[in-house]
Ligand binder design. Structure first.
Ligand code: NIG
Ligand code: FE
Length: 402
């Protein structure tokens, strides 16, 4: 019991209840007993068990304690930026036209192929620090701007170095993010190469670094059949599928994710009702990315209410990337979840904590029940709802050093 500390002087505690899909504990005048970086107990201060009564205290300063945010979909590492393309879009040129003219993802691929591992790591660290200062304690991050074996390997190496430096992240291989220009539109040939040669080679070079494989299943990019081939190759290597699904049009990505038992299906602005039911039955978590819908100026927000109604455990994420979501702001994601996806505050909060963590197989993140990692944020607010209500405020959390 020597290292045990009691976090007290809290205005309250807000945490999803991991025993239920959408229940949130809201405990005024709360306390938490922490030991070895884990939560041992949480509840009302006046109910603190006698065993913890003599432990040294940590002063919460009258704040609200919440679990750290988890961001389960980012494209953290890339070279360059796409501000020029953004300005063209503001002048009325559609995203699809920019891409068809050789810009879009391909512009970032050109810049990423020129970046060294050291540059990628330095940029990644700066972005990770920004996310952490805003309350993100764990995230998923994808390759996918290399689109050639050596450049994808450099991205994977950079992610491995970031993880070795102590950043908490899960890594996804996404060489099938687009068809590289040099393949002249041969999606079939490129998908075969990724499935049969690149995924095995990337895993052979850096065993245990990547946990997931992803494919951009979309009209004009990779078909469901090509996606299935790549995902099944990944599964044979121990990589669980996460699917870029039904983002710009209905393509059957949600149905594919359910068929494969994927960890997640992501985007889903054009998901079918059958896809929602299939995801709920297969316990595939939809990961919704409203900052992308905002930044692309689209009218079709993902149907979060229908998904929740169908029994899906919806998660929220940033989709941080240079083209469709240059957004490192978890509060913007939370706010869009409420204001555009029409989730309640409690639902959006659960989606960016508990369900986000579960889509990454992390049972010890996204809540503050006993056994959870003590990644606790302290918000100096009268009520956590203010995180959304004061819609333009750049609130920053304080952190508990357990
Ligand atoms: O998640 N959909 C594919 N990939 C990204 C966009 C990538 C880009 O424009 O650079 C996304 O939205
Ligand atoms: Fe994405």
């Amino acid at each position: 019991m020597s290292e045990c500390r009691v976090l007290t002087n809290l205005k309250g505690l807000l945490s999803p209840d991991p025993r239920a899909a959408w229940a949130v504990d809201r405990i005024p005048d709360a306390a938490l007993a922490l030991e070895g970086g884990r939560v041992l107990w949480m509840g009302r201060r006046t109910d603190l068990p006698a065993a913890f009564a003599g432990a040294p205290t940590l002063d919460g300063g009258g704040a609200w304690a919440c679990p750290g945010f988890v961001d389960p979909h980012t494209h953290l590492l890339f070279g360059g930026d796409r501000s020029g393309e953004f300005n063209r879009r503001l002048h009325g040129v559609p995203y699809a036209q920019v891409a068809a003219e050789g810009g879009g993802i391909r512009e970032t691929v050109r810049a990423t192929r020129l970046a060294t591992v050291d540059q990628l790591v330095a940029d990644g660290e700066a972005r990770l620090r920004t996310l952490r200062d805003r309350g993100v304690v764990h995230l998923e991050a994808k390759t996918g701007y290399g689109l050639e074996l050596e450049a994808e390997a450099r991205l994977l190496e950079a992610y491995g170095r970031l993880r070795a430096a102590g950043w908490s992240l899960d890594i996804t291989l996404l060489p099938a993010h687009d068809i590289p220009a040099e393949f002249g539109g041969d999606a079939e040939g490129y998908a075969a190469l990724v499935a049969d040669e690149w995924l095995p080679e990337l895993v052979r070079r850096q065993p245990g670094v990547a946990r997931y494989a992803d494919v951009f299943v979309e009209t004009g990019v990779f078909s469901v059949a090509q996606g299935r081939r790549i995902f099944e190759a990944g599964q044979r290597l121990g990589l669980q599928p996460r699917v870029h699904a039904d983002e710009l049009s209905w393509t059957g990505g949600a149905e594919l994710a359910a068929e494969l038992g994927a960890a997640s299906a992501d985007h889903l602005m054009f998901c079918s009702e059958q896809g929602m039911r299939a995801m709920a039955a297969a316990r595939v978590r939809p990961v919704l990315l409203p900052a992308t819908t905002l930044f692309l100026g689209m009218r079709d927000w993902a149907p979060a209410r229908a998904m929740i109604g169908a029994g899906c455990e919806v998660a929220l994420a940033s989709d941080f990337n240079p083209g469709s979501s240059p957004c490192l702001d978890p509060l913007l994601v939370l706010r869009l979840g409420c204001l555009q996806l029409r989730m309640t505050f409690e639902e959006a909060f659960t989606a960016l904590t508990l369900h986000a963590a579960r889509s990454l197989g992390r049972e010890d993140l996204g809540h503050l029940h006993p056994g959870a990692k003590a990644d606790i944020l302290l918000w100096d607010l009268g009520d956590p709802l203010e995180l959304v209500y004061w819609v333009g405020e750049a609130f920053r959390p304080r952190f508990v050093r357990a």
